[in-house]
Ligand binder design. Structure first.
Ligand code: AMP
Length: 282
């Protein structure tokens, strides 16, 4: 594609583009909520390598936030985001408003059952309904062949894969690895909420995942024993555990005994900031 990135603000303009002659070849799509960091940028870079046209959306989707969550405080850095997107080789950035995405009279929701009732879904009611609805809308507007998503939000990928399969969307998700800070904290827009002390304590998420992995490799396969050792470490750093779960990496079903297909997924409050992370045991 051409070198100059374009910002598209309206749904009509975006849809018109997908139907124009400009729009040929493989379309790669990177949905984001902005406050871009290297995790987001890595997705755009994977898309750039594989696709003819790379589209990123920057839209802070209110319907995936709970009433007492951080929607109002979520960092907004649009100008810097656009610079970063352009450097990463994005061709089009789609920046709709909530008035466009949820106009008066909006009544339709996409809901995936079961797999949204566990892990983050159990702790954040309606979160995944917001995610599946907005991603359905974005896929209809952008018509991507490939959609790049981070394994940082591991359950989100599983939920969206279920939706894509059940509802016959033609887009294929490309799961991309978790990008971390130099001390291994998973990059997240929410890391900006951490003060200096919390930022150091937040290292315990990765450390606890590593501990479970090490114990598993040494022969411990009982999830209760693995969980307990993680709990002790997290509590030592004054983290408040939201959940620690050992699940099948494909189905997200809970594991009675850990094995090589097990993924450990955690959510931990450091101060008032809720952070998530996950890792395979092998
Ligand atoms: P968000 O802006 O939080 O909705 O995230 C947009 C996309 O970036 C999602 O697919 C996330 O999984 C992905 N993402 C966020 N943080 C990371 C990270 N540290 N590494 C890789 N992907 C990430």
């Amino acid at each position: 594609m051409s070198s100059k990135m374009k910002v598209i603000q309206s749904i009509e303009e975006m849809v018109a583009l997908t139907k124009s002659d400009l729009w040929s070849g493989t379309i790669g799509f990177v949905p984001t909520m902005g406050a871009l960091h290297r995790g987001h940028i890595s997705l755009a870079e994977y898309a750039r390598k594989e696709c003819d046209i790379v589209v990123m959306s920057i839209y802070l989707n209110p319907t995936q936030f709970g009433p007492n969550e951080d929607l109002d405080n979520y960092p907004k850095t649009l100008k810097a985001d656009l610079d970063k997107a352009e450097k990463a080789g994005v061709d089009y950035v789609f920046t709709p408003t909530s008035k466009m995405m949820y106009p008066d009279g909006f009544k339709s929701w996409v809901n995936v059952e079961g797999i949204t009732d566990i892990l983050c879904g159990a702790k954040r009611p309606n979160h995944f309904r917001g995610v599946t609805t907005i991603v359905s809308k974005l896929m209809n507007i952008v018509s991507p062949d490939l959609m790049y998503m981070g394994e940082k939000d591991y359950q989100q990928i599983a939920v969206l894969n279920t939706m894509i399969s059940d509802l016959n969307f033609r887009t294929v998700i490309r799961p991309c690895p978790i990008i971390r800070e130099s001390d291994n904290l998973a990059m997240s827009s929410r890391n900006a909420y951490l003060n200096e002390d919390e930022r150091i304590r937040a290292r315990v998420l990765y450390q606890s995942l590593q501990k479970a992995r090490t114990l598993y490799k040494q022969g411990t396969a009982d999830p209760e024993i693995l969980r307990k050792s993680m709990q002790e470490l997290i509590q030592l750093h004054a983290g408040k555990i939201d959940y620690i779960e050992f699940v099948d990496r494909n189905t997200l079903d809970k594991k009675e005994t850990a094995d090589d297909n097990t993924r450990v997924i955690i959510a931990v409050f450091i101060g008032s900031t809720r952070l998530i992370d996950n890792m395979d045991l092998v």
